[in-house]
Ligand binder design. Structure first.
Ligand code: NI
Length: 284
């Protein structure tokens, strides 16, 4: 059995067949945490989790939704709807018995909205991160961090909170794409590192090392299994051999298989340990 610790089955891509996708996934022995990115997808995630054993939800406000912007992501164009973080509303959602984490949220300097200054965007992103760190601390829940092109700043914020005795449940850095040094610093702070289908992608030109691995594959090989989580981030980042199709939570098996191959161990061991990790972190 496996737990896809990060998917978005409440997203538009599954509008027509969400229940079938969930059933197909559960039938294959895969549980899932469906992750909200703003108040409405957080609420619908909880509603879905209420309906199914083996499905839990996380609630949060993603940085994408602080400013209006449009960008292509895998198989769809995302047009973001803006929202300000409403502490009271999210506090209420966090009290739901199937809410297992606050997130996803975090610093993202890759997708920068065109009509706002960089300083302003970073300022607002940091404010929203602090608000959600505070909520996670108050609710005693772990956080699911999304971070892109901003790992240094993100680490600095996490360090400050951890040193102040906050974020006691820690959390996970989802869809990790940083360096070994960044991974080590998050591990030292007590965080889990989570990998997606990106691990299954062959190394890009010029990226392949003497070991034949991409940098991210090498990092996954090095992260201790006891601190590692697997996820799909479905509907995005579909793993090999299904690249080009819509991703579904059961495809997390391909991520687990890749980790087993990289570490030279059985996929059963990867499944067993990462499931235990997810159960420990999210108390499921
Ligand atoms: Ni996500």
């Amino acid at each position: 059995m496996l737990i896809d610790t990060h998917c978005h089955v409440q997203f538009h891509s599954y509008k027509k067949d969400m229940d079938e996708v969930i059933k197909r996934t559960l039938d294959k022995g895969v549980f899932m945490i469906t992750v909200g990115t703003q108040s409405d997808t957080s609420r619908t995630g909880l509603e879905i989790a209420e309906k199914y054993d083996g499905v839990w939800a996380s609630i949060g406000l993603h940085s994408y939704h602080l400013h209006e912007q449009e960008f292509a992501d895998a198989n769809e164009t995302i047009h973001t709807r803006t929202e300000k973080f409403d502490q009271d509303l999210f506090r209420k959602l966090a009290q739901h018995p199937k809410c297992v984490a606050i997130g996803e949220f975090g610093l993202d300097y890759f997708h920068m909205p065109p009509n706002v200054s960089r300083e302003q965007v970073i300022h607002e992103q940091k404010e929203t991160v602090r608000a959600q760190f505070d909520l996670a601390t108050e609710m005693n829940l772990p956080v699911i961090i999304h971070c892109r092109d901003a790992y240094e700043d993100q680490l600095e914020m996490v360090e400050k909170y951890v040193r102040a005795g906050k974020l006691s449940k820690r959390g996970v850095v989802h869809c990790f794409v940083g360096t070994q040094e960044i991974a080590d610093r998050f591990l030292e702070l007590g965080f889990y590192i989570s990998f997606t289908g990106i691990l299954t992608f062959p190394p890009r030109k010029g990226e392949k090392g003497e070991d034949g691995l991409s940098p991210i594959q090498r990092i996954a090989k090095n992260v201790p299994l006891e601190r590692l989580l697997v996820e799909t981030d479905a509907p995005y980042l579909t793993p090999v051999p299904h690249r080009g199709e819509r991703n579904e939570p059961w495809m997390v098996q391909f991520v687990a298989e890749k980790i087993a191959e990289l570490k030279g161990i059985d996929v059963e061991e990867v499944a067993c340990i990462t499931t235990e990790n997810a159960r420990k972190l999210f108390l499921i």
